[in-house]
Design a protein. Structure first.
Length: 473
């Protein structure tokens, strides 16, 4: 049964936040209903799960109002009051975490009370505190614009003279905040365009790009980074612009904030992957370099965990670039950052993939045989790797059996497109054909070669061509 909204919110509180919320609830300034306090004290021992039978509506009512007939309305009312307190507490946490918001609210409150004389000093203090911060992202420029706007309004209110630089000082951060948002939200559409071929019709983007091109040298680093990214994704950029972007990510990334850095690195990786698939082979190394930067800056982890997808991307890139030592170190170092349920299977698979790439096929097979459970995300790759190892080790019966099993498995994959299923099925068929030619010294190698070249869609074409060339010698 779905938990009430109140309990779902409370279960996300950290232990320190939970203690703080207890003080918040007991504060007479925030809580006016004694029943709400008693309700909180009743559920307090059940943090953080809130799944005990004592938390059923009837049980709570009986504990709070013994001897009185159950009222669902009363329980809902108590939950609503405590929910409002929980939401208010979250707002207070946000204000404490973001001092400019808090200062802005204070300035507006003083203005409403006619205490304008106190505002200029507070604006100056807030501006100084904001400028001391490392981050130079969209919230920074939005806050700076608000402060400059308040200062300008105060000058107007008291008839003080304004100079052109006052307007520039106010408008510049507004422009930067807009450009970061405009380009930041345009990049996902442009990224989708190169990934899926979906045209991106974005109003005013041409004008924004033209402006950024002319004013590039005077813009903040984050605006520059988004402009360069958009230029690359629009296929207007060149290698020099890519190098500029990579330099900004490495040197200025700490001023961008985690979200913008993750987004920019992701777009850069996707662009390099597009270039790699178009034949620019050295962009494979660029992709790995970006991933290494993300590792260095702790951008690949959520709550201390790395996703299966990212782990696979990194280990596969390292293997393709034959960075054997780096890849092995990565697998051993970051394996414990994977989700515990899939950790052992991914670990053994990754070591098998590395061993197979180093032509240690028997060792690779032992790693795969040690896998007791593999995540569905890895299942196709696991089977393809196993098929390659059976080919190299001349394991005829297992290989022929696996090609049959793989075809049945693909038919059951409802979440896979027809094109993807065909690409994998063609690989299994051609691997089987090469294997049969290998063990029988068949004379139809030329026909197999033409099939590999012309077959669409097909994965691992390079591997198949390499195996064909070994037979054709």
């Amino acid at each position: 049964m779905t938990q009430p909204k109140l309990f779902r919110i409370l279960s996300t509180f950290t232990p320190d936040e939970w203690k703080g919320f207890g003080r918040y609830v007991h504060s007479p300034f925030f809580t006016v209903h004694e029943d709400t306090v008693q309700f909180f004290e009743l559920i307090e021992p059940h943090y953080p799960d809130f799944e005990a039978p004592e938390l059923e509506a009837e049980a709570i009512f009986e504990a709070l109002y013994p001897g009185i007939s159950f009222s669902d309305v009363q329980i809902r009312t108590l939950r609503k009051y405590l929910l409002r307190l929980a939401e208010g507490f979250l707002v207070q946490l946000k204000l404490r975490q973001d001092e400019p918001y808090e200062q802005q609210a204070l300035i507006e409150a003083l203005e409403q009370r006619g205490l304008d004389a106190l505002i200029p000093r507070l604006v100056d203090e807030s501006r100084t505190a904001l400028e001391m911060r490392t981050l130079r992202n969209e919230p920074f420029y939005s806050h700076m614009f608000t402060l400059e706007q308040l200062a300008w309004q105060q000058r107007l209110k008291y008839g003080q003279r304004t100079a052109p630089q006052d307007f520039v000082r106010m408008i510049a951060p507004l422009d930067y905040a807009y450009l970061i948002q405009k380009l930041g939200y345009s990049c996902p559409a442009l990224n989708q365009q190169i990934q899926q071929g979906i045209p991106a019709q974005i109003p005013l983007l041409d004008e924004v790009m033209q402006y950024c091109r002319g004013a590039y040298a005077d813009m903040p680093a984050l605006v520059q980074a988004y402009y360069l990214t958009a230029s690359l994704l629009r296929m207007e950029g060149n290698d020099a612009e890519l190098e500029k972007l990579l330099s900004l990510l490495a040197q200025e990334g700490d001023t961008f904030g985690k979200t913008d850095m993750i987004n920019l690195c992701g777009y850069a990786i996707n662009y390099c992957n597009y270039r790699y698939r178009a034949g620019d082979s050295h962009r494979l190394q660029t992709m790995l370099d970006i991933y290494k930067l993300m590792l260095e800056k702790d951008l690949l982890f959520e709550q201390g965990r790395i996703s299966l997808h990212q782990f696979k991307n990194l280990s596969t890139l390292g293997i393709r670039l034959e960075a054997w030592e780096w890849t092995e170190t990565f697998i051993h170092t970051y394996n414990d950052r994977l989700d515990a349920e899939h950790r052992d299977g991914v670990y053994q698979y990754s070591l098998a993939q590395l061993a197979a790439a180093r032509q240690q096929h028997r060792q690779a097979l032992r790693h795969l045989q040690a896998v007791t459970f593999i995540d569905p995300f890895y299942r196709i790759s696991y089977n393809l790797l196993l098929l390659k190892i059976y080919y190299e080790c001349m394991e005829a019966e297992p290989l022929l059996s696996l090609t049959q099993t793989l075809r049945a498995f693909l038919r059951r994959k409802k979440n896979m497109s027809d094109r993807q299923q065909l690409a994998y099925a063609h690989f299994a068929r051609l691997t089987r054909a090469l294997f049969m030619a290998k063990i029988k010294s068949a004379k139809n190698l030329q026909a197999i070669h033409e099939d590999i070249l012309q077959c669409e869609p097909l994965i691992e074409r390079e591997w198949l061509l390499k195996k064909w060339a070994q037979l054709a010698v």
